[in-house]
Write a protein that binds this ligand. Sequence first.
Ligand code: AMP
Length: 595
Amino acid sequence: MIDEKAPCSFEELGLPNTLLKALHSVGYETPSPIQAASIPPLMKGGDIIGQAQTGTGKTAAFALPILAKIDSKKNIPQALVLTPTRELAIQVAEALQSYARHMKGFHVLPLYGGQDMRGQLRQLSRGVQVVVGTPGRLLDHLRRKSLDLSDLKMLVLDEADEMLRMGFIDDVETILSHTSGTQQTALFSATLPAPIRKVANRFLKNPEHIHIQGQAVTVDTINQRYWMVNQRQKLDALTRLLEFEAIEAAIIFVRTRETTTELAEKISARGYSCAAINGDMSQSQREKTIRDLKKGAIDILVATDVAARGLDVERISHVVNYDIPYDSEAYIHRIGRTGRAGRTGNAILFVTPREQRLLGSIEKTTGQRIARLELPTSQDITTQRVQRFKQRISEARAVTPKGFFDSLVIDLCNELDESPESLAATLAYLLQQDRPLRAEPQEHEKFSKKDRPSRKADNTRNETRKDDGKPRRDSEGSRKPRKRTQESSETELETFRVEVGETNQVTPGDIVGAIANEAGIDSQYFGRIEIKENYSTIELPTGMPKEVLKHLRKVWVRNKKLEMSRVQEGGKPAPAKAIRKSPAKKRKTEGSAKR
Ligand code: AMP
């Protein structure tokens, strides 16, 4: 039996009422471990190093103290959050905005490259209290003197190890040296390689080190699988799983109260007996729901962690982690709801690409590898539906009254001049017209497998993180590909050309940053980058969708559009028409030793 840890409350963390009210509206029930550990020292004014990954709730861990401390009557930057990517900058700015929903006059501004400078300058001159930005663009503003950091009360380095990996660490140091040094600083990073510790030693004052430790546990009666899924594909994926898996009863874990009710409604609308259970419900309501689950009046429960604490229902055959839990302990608590009373259970975990590291840390804590789940294809679903249909017909034969129906069919065949087979097909169609037997392909099936990050890539990802993360440059200013293991060298790469080069003072880091942000390609998948006088070439995985390439053509780096194009073998850019018509020529990458 796993210990149930008593949660602390947001009220105990010393946050002002405006923020407590907002947290209630967004549906957070209790602080996540990193929040419970980081908010008190930050509220007291100390510096911290928070070792936490995406998905652990680290944004609120620093956003809430920032909001508690700024003066929204003063229209000057009082807090700065540095993020490695544009995507994260937007996400953090949105989170701040949502927690500040009851703070009048609050302004947060995300600043990132690839966006029109004039708009950013206009917004800065109107006044903001919190700036969230990527290093390159922040430096541009500091050089132009359009951003003043002299009144900062708090500075946050978010995903510091990602910034290192993307080659931004020197920029980060330059930005930090533009501050007065009197502000409070929080550094969040999943790992603490030497260059990050160096930054921490130089810029943080007696930081408290917060590391949410995992405890080793094994859960061997549970078959654990995960599925890599984008946020917007989750509902489709769940629908498919519910249909395909042999589920007796399931508990689906989500993060917020709102999601419990929304998702329960959607699942009910798909014909399942489903209910939500969350911390807003009274104890007696919750008990009734659990009784319903026990006796089979409900088969699926959508729950938050708090509501499902200690839940013990033998018939739960599946636990679905629709939202990945913040930490490994929560995962172990959750999956412990199945595989009870000597039965075997199933745990299925949805992981978004940004949450891959959490998956790794769960595996480390449980000491078990979680197998990748291949979602059933539309063909699998169709086959299963047809089998069930045949089974239904076959069982119905025994109870079909003879005589009346036989003569009805014979009459119909005669009247319509149809064969019995064709008439049976019409009847089968009538029976199933509201629940088609043929499954439509879902969005995730439209992408080829090689476009999805594989576990092989996950493994090499860990290896590449052992390096210092800086893009390596050879004597000609090119970025050498990271050391590739045999597995990662299986990724096929093709060469692209971008119209920025030495004359634009572009660095490999600029190119990686822009493309990684805009195309959502993890920087580990980048191959060699060569900076030439007026252009650069870059190796990227084959199969880039044409809309992505079209978008990348318009992205700006160092005041110039990338105008990205595919390079044909032989070094010339492929003509625009050829890009559209012929598939890109694929070639296997050579091993790093040959480069
Ligand atoms: P983060 O690690 O900051 O990216 O947060 C991951 C997700 O957890 C986001 O969707 C947050 O909205 C959500 N989240 C953060 N803190 C809490 C909390 N205390 N309760 C429920 N959800 C939370």
